[in-house]
Design a protein around this ligand. Structure first.
Ligand code: PGD
Length: 706
């Protein structure tokens, strides 16, 4: 709430349409002044005329695939005004666009899991529910923990925050496997295994090795419900606890004891999405499933595995699984797409081939980039590389409420309203309620809804009727609601302010049907069973993702491991200018936590401004000493608005503390091409001398208007 209220009329709001001077004066074309040039305010009609003409030029001269409209991002709550849906509907009505597949959240798992258990949707939406876990589970082995900071959100919003209460009611013992002790709330009684970052797979393999050596694995389950265990078993031969202790930092005796405890109890293995947001991120997910299969408890209440408890508010939630109203996006006639995290490669290397899930694909040539409801200069890795990529297109268009770094790197910036300034239907995917989101504030400056902006462009391009179907925003809300529900009437619902949705199942166990009868309820894998070895994946021949879970050491090493995880004072980069987010800053910059021993070795104390650096880039941050981190690990959350300083004597840096200047723009593997932004290796030093001012919260220089 503090963020929402303060950000509403913050100076960082985009007040009027703005066009980069170089684009306005020289026309479209590749330009390395993006992100450095000044902006000129231009009246709405003028900017819409210019933009419609440019869209028409690009599609006519280069084809619609030259428009990249993947536009990844969370935008804000609300089903109708969902910015990405609005953009996709609009681009579809003008002939289509190159899109993107998967997410930065779980893009690695969404490609891997269909090969291993047949269905990503099932694992996430049909996850064993918290009440079942509370009643039956005796031991939770939580790789990545269950971080409470992430459970207050789901895409679209969430009415009831259930997870903290569920966690407080657990009777299970919890083995927390994470470099960060606070990846579980302090209300949970946990044993901490402070594993080295990026080594969970080695720990899982050694646990599996112990089960085999001690004959604790469930041979019957493996034979009946799985394929490919013998190959995996052969691979495990030398993956003993001593081997893993050297890699993970967890003593061999502790690994043996944990394996025995897992076999002796009803055990749930959970793996957070953060673990797959890494180089070789397929491995901890696949190894976790293999380990759970060896325990033979998949499909039993309270046993088996789960993925994403603590990564999002709705995993394990008991709410109804009911599709709430949404805006139809139409059909995209263009079949080009990229795996979402390959945006910089797309722009830098048109025509280049790449591997993806068994295919060899080629990047199309992109002339126009259109973004609404996302902030790639927050969510992408190696932001200095992304800056180079953003010099390449002819035109970049961004709809934004705030002057984010993405807006600053665009040519045309159109001010968008926020959820508080318009009417909408609000609901998450497993939400208990549909909320009537009434407008509570007038639009800031000249901001318009994304819908209104696209309707005006559609009119200029001769497709107004196809885009709007003759409806105003309020008429769309009524139409979407009425096509979904007759009773109560829309007017009743709107006056009541909310509609309670029918409750879902309290108790549910993932893959219980499959366990009961694997022939009648096969998994959607080629074998119908859990694929501990996948012939399909093996057949792709990718060295960075072979046919069964393996230990692949990270390709980087450095003095310190950086964990660049989700912030707890905001959602991603949203509302960084807000009060709660600002109150969490240290020395006006994002807070970097480090272990007191690492800090002492570098002469750093709490409150110091520090420089965090590696060969890709550097940023400033405010130091906080904390023994909740294992030594050798530092943590800097994502989401501080990128604030590049190019001419600093120490080299280019982000003055504000955005960790994505440090992360590598590499895929998790050739299989999934997922985002690997969770980790980087870095060093940290105390920053001396005058620290550059943070400018990211103020609008960029505007010297004139038309
Ligand atoms: P947000 O900050 O939510 O980040 O990346 P994402 O791009 O979703 O950006 C949403 C933007 O939409 C904001 O700038 C907001 O102002 C704008 N917006 C809000 N409402 C509207 C609207 O109605 N209209 C328009 N036009 N704009 C609107 C998140 C992504 O980051 C995700 S999901 C994950 S999981 C990744 N996590 C990591 C990570 O763990 N580590 C690293 N290093 N990097 C990551 N990046 C990824």
């Amino acid at each position: 709430m503090g963020n929402l209220a303060a950000a509403l009329d913050h100076p960082s709001r985009v007040a009027r349409p703005a066009v980069r001077r170089g684009w306005l004066e020289d026309g479209p074309g590749p330009d390395d002044r993006r992100g450095r040039d000044e902006f000129v305010e231009v009246p709405w009609d003028d900017v819409l005329d210019r933009l419609a003409a440019e869209l028409d030029r690009v599609r006519t001269r280069h084809g619609n695939q030259a428009i990249f409209g993947g536009s990844y991002g969370w935008a804000s709550a609300g089903r109708f005004h969902h910015a990405q849906s609005q953009l996709h509907r609009f681009l579809n009505t003008i002939g289509g666009f190159t899109g993107s597949r998967n997410t930065y959240s779980n893009g690695t798992s969404s490609v891997l899991l269909p090969h291993v258990v047949g269905d990503m949707h099932a694992v996430l939406r049909q996850a064993s529910t918290w009440p079942t876990i509370a009643e039956h589970t005796e031991l939770i082995v939580a790789f990545g923990g269950v971080p409470e900071k992430n459970v207050f959100v789901t895409p679209g919003g969430v009415t009831v925050h259930g997870t903290p209460g569920h966690l407080a009611r657990l009777r299970a013992r919890v083995a927390l496997v994470s470099p960060l002790r606070d990846d579980l709330p302090s209300t949970v009684d946990a044993r901490w295994y402070p594993v080295r970052p990026a080594t969970d797979t080695a720990l899982m393999l050694a646990l599996a090795h112990t089960l085999v050596v001690e004959g604790l694995h469930d041979r019957e389950f493996l034979a009946r419900y799985c394929v490919g265990f013998p190959e995996f078993e052969r691979y495990l031969r030398d993956k003993d606890p001593e081997w893993a202790a050297g890699i993970t930092g967890i003593p061999a005796a502790d690994i043996v004891a944990l394996a025995r405890e897992m076999a002796a109890n009803r055990t749930l293995i959970t793996v957070t999405w953060s673990l797959q947001r890494t180089e070789h991120g397929e491995q901890p997910v696949w190894a976790g499933i293999a380990l759970a299969a060896m325990l033979g408890q998949i499909g039993l209440p309270g046993g088996g595995f789960g993925h994403g408890y603590g990564s999002m508010g709705d995993v394990g939630d008991t709410g109804p699984e009911l599709r709430v109203p949404y805006l139809p996006q139409g059909v995209n006639p263009v079949d080009e797409f990229i795996p979402v995290a390959r945006i910089a490669d797309l722009l830098l290397h048109p025509g280049r081939k790449y591997d993806y899930n068994g295919e060899v694909r080629r990047y199309p040539d992109t002339r126009l980039v259109y973004w609404a409801g996302g902030n790639p200069f927050h969510h992408h890795q190696d932001l200095n590389r992304l800056r180079r990529a953003f010099t390449r297109p002819d035109t970049i268009v961004v709809h934004e409420p705030h002057w984010t770094a993405t807006a600053r790197h665009a040519d045309v910036v159109l001010p968008a309203t926020t959820a508080l300034e318009r009417e909408d239907l609000g609901s998450g995917r497993r939400d208990t309620h549909l909320i009537a989101m009434h407008r509570i504030a007038p639009p800031a400056g000249e901001a318009r809804d994304d819908y209104t902006i696209f309707a005006a462009l559609a009119a200029r391009l001769g497709v107004a009727e196809a885009f709007t179907e003759g409806r105003s925003p309020r008429e769309w809300l009524e139409h979407l609601y009425r096509s979904w529900r007759e009773e109560p009437t829309f007017d009743r619902f709107w006056a009541d302010g909310e509609l309670r949705l029918p409750p879902g199942r309290e108790h549910h166990t993932l893959f219980a049907d499959f366990r009961a009868d694997p022939v009648a309820h096969p998994l959607r894998t080629p074998s119908g069973r859990i694929e501990i070895t996948s012939a399909t994946v093996a057949g792709f021949g990718y060295p960075d993702c072979p046919g069964h879970p393996v230990w692949l050491p990270p390709s980087e090493s450095g003095p310190l491991w950086l964990i660049a995880n989700q912030p707890h004072t905001r959602l991603h980069s949203q509302l960084d200018a807000g009060d709660v987010s600002q109150a969490g800053k240290v020395a006006g910059r994002e807070r970097l936590r480090l272990n007191p021993a690492d800090a002492a070795a570098r002469g750093i104390t709490t409150g110091d401004v520090v420089r965090v650096f590696n060969t890709r880039g550097a940023c400033l941050a405010g130091a906080v000493l904390d023994d909740a981190l294992r030594p050798g690990v530092v943590q800097l959350p994502t989401g501080a608005w990128f604030d590049p300083v190019e001419d600093h004597p120490t080299g280019p840096l982000c003055a504000h503390g955005n960790p994505n200047v440090l992360t590598a723009d590499i895929p998790s593997s050739r299989l999934s091409q997922g985002c690997a932004g969770q980790h980087a290796t870095v060093d940290v030093e105390r920053f001396t001398g005058p620290a550059p001012r943070v400018r990211a919260l103020h609008p960029p220089l505007r010297k004139g208007s038309r």
